[in-house]
Design a protein around this ligand. Sequence first.
Ligand code: COD
Ligand code: ZN
Length: 380
Amino acid sequence: MRIRAAVLREPGRPVAVEEVELDGPQADEVLVRVAAAGVCHSDVHLADGVLGNGRWPMVLGHEGAGVVEAVGERVTHVAPGDRVAFSFVPSCGSCRSCRAGRRNLCEPAGRNALAGMLMDGTSRLRGAGGEVLQHGLMTACFAERTVVAAAGAVPLEAGIPLWQAALLGCGVVTGAGAVRNTAGVRLGDSVAVIGCGGVGLQVVAAAGLAGAGRVVAVDRDRAKLELALARGATDAVDVSDEENMVKRIRAAAGGGLDWAFEVIGRPSTMRLAWDVLRPGGTAIVVGLAPVGVEVSLPAIEFLSEKSIKGCFYGSTDVADELPRLARLVASGRLPLADVISRVTGLDGVDDALERLRRGEGARTVIVMDRELAQAPELVA
Ligand code: COD
Ligand code: ZN
């Protein structure tokens, strides 16, 4: 079938909407009519070509929600008409990582996501000239319709509008999972969140829900800090002048911190996360740095049992946890509308990427179908 989709042709060129060809779902796949999709900083990384060579031409978009239109013959967990959120780690359940209970590290899912293919290593997308297009992080949801692996379509209960559910599959799962799974924040712990963008704001809210005693929001953008305070941060530290950052963050928490989440993806802020820890504290690196970037730490400080830990997709088993998070949203305990700074149409993808590069606003949500998404008025 013919659909409209936002295609990355080559890094450095604007991401433009094209008519592309989408094949129907194979036995273990699902065809979804996309209602809405969130624009994440990782889309900027992909569009800028810093996540590795050859990751184009690609239909971008890895965070979104929609309604199932058709399912392959082996799919049983969803049916046409079901509302779903996308997961960009459709874990296979049988590789070594999955068997060990670490489904976010599913090996075939990781391999195929990097290749821009579905789980069988092939694509359902072709450009107007017949050339194969990659599926952005196995989701490719900056499009009117998409075909995803069965496990990439997670059913949603009623009670959450799709323009908000669009954020569940990346920002919310990553942020909440970093706090609950990767870290394991306990009641009364002190937490710093370094970088309060689309993902960091989810870390802030999750730290509050986990019962952290202090949640120190750190950013160089005043507007992000205001949002963080409204989402449960107890303190805000503006690091736009980069002066005495370590001292000010520690002072806000009444001393070194138990946890520091880096949600930007820069060596300097990874180091900052390390520096603000108390002895025995742990830095969780959520942010993704371009290929080839290194980070350095003062080795003597391992003596104080500080740790630094990587984080991918919030160490989450999405099939189990995404519906739980959706329930928190539906019950009003995890608001999402406040982090959506703009709602726009499919043609607005490139502008949204540009705003993220400039650090302007929080999440943009791209709405493909306003009625399906139950979305407010769109802004061009
Ligand atoms: N000091 C303080 N704050 C800063 C600095 C700095 N030097 N630089 C940027 N910031 C702030 C910005 O003001 C902004 O508020 C925030 O950091 C970044 O936010 P966004 O909205 O631009 O980015 P997000 O939240 O959409 O994405 C953030 C990640 C870094 C988590 C994401 O891009 C990423 O790297 N993800 C990798 C992890 C992963 O699981 N990836 C798979 C798909 S996301
Ligand atoms: Zn993302």
